[in-house]
Design a protein. Structure first.
Length: 283
């Protein structure tokens, strides 16, 4: 596959598997060129053989800021531009906050939150100079409303949403767009090899965090979301030149968003008088 030299360039992290891999394949099929940033470049050898002139594989560990900067420099040297930057790499950490080890928490936040911010910081000088670009970040249903046992992972994803809201305002004057993709459960490796489990299980948390882990394990292999269709929705959004703040994927996440917004409105109304009573009285 050889896509034209003026075609858009996508930079996708975590392109070795799941949604990221489908996204790389479908972006290539749409006529784009792709820089696939992965921990193990060997994992993309088959795709690299099929797309010799359109796919550049670079090595990255999202928990290592220096490796992120190197990957962006390499990508920039390759085709001299970046158009769509997808912060897709990530993994879960399940367990009550008290059950998780310090090192588990630090690594999860480094990969899911600090790494994506470092990537955005590394590409911004190029995108600002171009005066164009689309930053896409993979959020999660846990950021719509979180579960017991997902405080670290869901916290990181919720923080990415808040960061993206701010960036959307900061970067609009430069023609740079920002979108968070919010998937419900999709059938990928996420609940298998991409889910770290708390180091010290405590019986006290079995009815909450423990039960949630059981729920995830039972769902594994039966998630309603199809990663192929998720990738198609993202490629279609970009091809159509659209950039919603949030692209919520799958019925589970759509229903959950609607229920959460409704519940927030009810709670706001119930506590409105208390909240309003805390301003200085009008003069
Ligand atoms: N599937 C779901 O139900 C679901 C729901 C909500 C959100 N998400 C989010 O969607 C994104 C994609 O996940 P997925 O479902 O496609 O799962 P996946 O198939 O397990 O893909 C996750 C990818 O992230 C990469 N990764 C993890 N840590 C990394 C690191 N330190 N540096 C570089 N790459 C790293 C993995 O690379 P390796 O191959 O080297 O391990 C893997 O390719 C993630 O951000 C995830 O949080 C998924």
């Amino acid at each position: 596959m050889s896509n034209p030299t003026d075609s858009p360039v996508w930079f996708i992290t975590g392109a070795a598997s799941g949604i990221g891999r489908r996204l790389a394949e479908q972006a290539l099929a749409s006529g784009a060129r792709v820089v696939a940033a992965v921990r193990s470049p060997k994992s993309l050898e088959d795709l690299a053989c099929r797309a010799v002139d359109s796919l550049q594989v670079v090595s990255v560990d999202m928990a290592e800021p220096a490796s992120i900067r190197r990957a962006v420099e390499e990508a920039q040297r390759c085709w001299g531009r970046l158009d769509v930057v997808v912060n897709n790499a990530g993994y879960g950490l399940v367990g009550a906050l008290e059950e998780c080890g310090d090192d588990q928490i630090a690594r999860n936040l480094a990969t899911n939150l600090v790494g994506p911010l470092q990537l955005i910081r590394a590409v911004l000088p190029f995108l600002r100079a171009q005066r164009s670009g689309h930053l896409i970040t993979l959020g999660a249903a846990a950021a719509i409303g979180n579960y017991p046992g997902f405080s670290v992972y869901g916290g990181a994803k919720a923080a990415l949403e808040a960061v993206s809201e701010s960036l959307r305002l900061e970067l609009a004057p430069f023609g740079i767009r920002v979108t968070v993709v919010v998937p419900g459960p999709f059938r990928t490796d996420f609940i298998q090899r991409s889910l770290d489990r708390a180091a010290h299980r405590m019986p006290e948390y079995e009815p909450t965090a423990g039960k949630f882990l059981g729920f995830l394990e039972r769902m594994n292999g039966r998630q309603p979301g199809d990663p192929e269709r998720a990738a198609a929705a993202i490629v279609r959004m970009v091809s159509e030149g659209k950039a919603p703040m949030r692209l919520v994927l799958g019925k589970y996440a759509v229903d959950k968003t609607r229920k959460t917004l409704a519940a927030r409105a009810v709670e706001l109304a119930a506590w409105e008088a208390v909240g309003l009573g805390t301003d200085f009285p009008p003069t």
